[in-house]
Design a protein around this ligand. Structure first.
Ligand code: C2O
Length: 573
């Protein structure tokens, strides 16, 4: 939920209004809100428009002439939310370690441009083709290798240069930008509904820059097909030391033929057949079982004026995060791929994210007639800045990312073996919840530190729901107030009514999902939440009539650094 920052300069001695005027009732009334605010500002020289043409919330609020107390603002806060915009490159700062107040030892601020153009998707004349990396031809690999070589050879201050491109990722994740319109809050495009659209734009321009360098308008990035057993190893093209696609800063134990582990915890502890089977279950959960609602796939809403890290979607916190850490060096900071500040320096990163981008397209197709995208203007109108293939700084919008074909590229078609991989229960009809010694959720249990397994009984507000109820609303396990240090890799798994209790076996219906986080350099405590779909899981365990479920939180990495605020079950559509 959108909340105003506590340190916001909005606190005034204004009279307390118990009922906000109707202009704050709904975000859709923003236009009317704007008019009223402009009237309110008459005679003021202050502009309501920021340099990006966005409505500046602070000016609005200050311009309200003290109509509001902070308490009112918080209670009606979501109506104030405005789409994330910008950022302002002139105000990029290297960033501070928020724990130590020391400046970071990495500077990833981009070159500043005098002109920003609103980007229009060019008409598609030729489709770019994105092949599966493990199926790519020698000819394609040679072309790609050449393009990256040319990118590395561009002048260091050219925004299309390889390191400059790597820094684009660093700057948008390492808390180097203030939010435009709420400068006391930072921009973080991960762990929220910006994850898919932002990375789609990032790859889009990266691909166009490479295509331009080799003069090939059909060039498309390869995707690392890690959701298919045939692609579950580092793609060979990245491993040849003489190639421009090589990076020395990788976990040397994970070079081919090691199987990629989509549930990687920092140590590869199970054998290959179990890894592959786990991987397919992870994919099924992330793409089918746990994503009945938009928020669960995309991540939680995050706007100007709201705190970063509201909550990651399934793929982001699961397979995506696991492979970042699996590829990077086996050190606490995990360069290059295992840390958000450095992952753009790893050519394999772009291959990894091209698959994430492909999964977005597949998920939208799987939705059929169900809603595929938020219709919320706070999402559709959100904007980011990138340098395009002509080194022109452009402003792009989320609303232009919804259809990859309109963006001029498509993916090679390959099998999706996880699609029919619905896991089966190990302990059917177990009524585990009635025989366990685990305590019920109450205020004495949370907040709980995850330095050991936490088992708790969670009450279900509704039971024996009809088919129709389940179609209308998904039952969701919400784990909230997850507090972590953002500079560390952390991970925990969640099991429901699990009597098998082997934490390395994930190919079973009892496995509900995970939380994990790729570290970034800027160490700060962040508070986030996850939601795990239960409707299908409860069906598979045959416990839909039970009043409680037994939830096990199993720390897998950095448990000492994870605190859980609470657990509950909700229903959402
Ligand atoms: Cu922006 Cu996979 O990270």
């Amino acid at each position: 939920m959108a909340t105003l920052p506590l340190s916001s300069p909005l606190t005034t001695n204004a009279p307390f209004l118990t009922k906000p005027p109707s202009i704050f009732i709904h975000a859709k009334q923003r236009d009317r809100f704007r008019v009223l605010c402009e009237q309110n500002q008459k005679g003021s020289t202050k502009s309501d428009e920021t340099s990006n043409g966005k409505f500046d919330r602070r000016n609005v609020l200050l311009g309200m002439g003290g109509l509001y107390s902070a308490a009112n603002l918080v209670s009606s806060s979501s109506t104030f939310a405005t789409p994330l915009a910008g950022p302002d490159f002139t105000k990029c700062s290297r960033g501070t370690n928020l724990n130590t107040s020391q400046p970071l030892d990495v500077d990833c601020c981009p070159p500043v441009a005098t002109e920003i153009i609103d980007y229009k998707l060019p008409p598609v004349t030729k489709m770019r083709f994105r092949p599966a990396a493990h199926l790519a031809t020698d000819e394609y690999i040679a072309k790609y290798d050449k393009a990256v070589e040319l990118m590395k050879a561009l002048p260091a201050d050219d925004p299309r240069n390889f390191m400059q491109q790597a820094n684009v990722h660093c700057a948008y994740c390492n808390l180097t930008y203030d939010q435009v319109g709420a400068s006391d809050l930072k921009i973080q495009i991960h762990n929220s509904w910006h994850f898919y659209p932002w990375h789609r734009w990032y790859l889009y321009f990266y691909e166009r820059i490479l295509g331009k360098l080799i003069d090939d308008p059909t060039f498309g990035l390869p995707f690392w097909n890690w959701d298919n057993p045939k692609g579950m190893a580092m793609p060979a093209m990245f491993v040849k030391t003489s190639s421009s696609l090589f990076d020395a800063r990788r976990n040397q134990n994970h070079l081919p033929p090691a199987s990629t582990d989509l549930a990687y915890t920092g140590t590869q502890s199970v054998d290959t057949p179990q890894i592959i089977s786990n991987n397919l279950t992870v994919m099924y959960n992330e793409m089918v079982r746990n994503v009945q609602t938009l928020e669960d796939f995309y991540g939680a809403r995050y706007n100007t004026g709201t705190q970063p890290d509201p909550g990651p979607g399934t793929v982001e916190r699961g397979s995506h995060a696991a492979l970042h850490v699996w590829v990077g060096e086996a050190t606490s900071s995990g360069e290059d791929m295992g840390n958000f500040y450095s992952c753009g320096r790893e050519p394999m990163f772009f291959c990894h994210h091209t698959n994430v981008d492909r999964l977005w397209t597949i998920w939208r197709d799987l939705r059929g007639s169900k809603t595929k995208d938020f219709i919320d203007s706070d999402w559709l109108d959100a904007s980011y800045l990138f340098y395009d293939e002509n080194a022109q700084l452009v402003r792009v919008k989320v609303s232009d990312t919804l259809d990859n074909k309109k963006m001029g590229y498509d993916f090679q078609k390959v099998d999706t073996p996880w699609l029919k991989n619905r896991p089966v229960a190990r302990a059917k009809k177990s009524k585990v919840a009635t025989t366990t010694a685990a305590p019920s959720v109450d205020s004495t249990i949370f907040p709980a530190k995850l330095d050991k397994v936490v088992k708790v009984l969670v009450p279900r507000p509704k039971k024996s729901r009809s088919k129709k109820d389940k179609e209308n609303e998904e039952e969701l396990l919400v784990i909230e107030g997850i507090e972590v240090d953002t500079a560390k890799f952390v991970k925990f798994d969640v099991f429901v009514n699990d009597e098998d209790d082997n934490p390395n076996t994930l190919d079973k219906a009892e496995y509900a999902g995970c939380f994990s986080q790729v570290p970034h350099k800027n160490s700060t405590r962040s508070k986030t939440k996850i939601r795990l779909g239960l409707s299908e899981l409860l069906e598979d365990l045959d416990v839909e009539d039970d009043e409680k479920i037994l939830v096990s939180l199993v720390p897998k990495a950095g448990g000492d650094d994870i605190t859980i605020g609470g657990i509950k079950i909700i229903y959402a559509s």
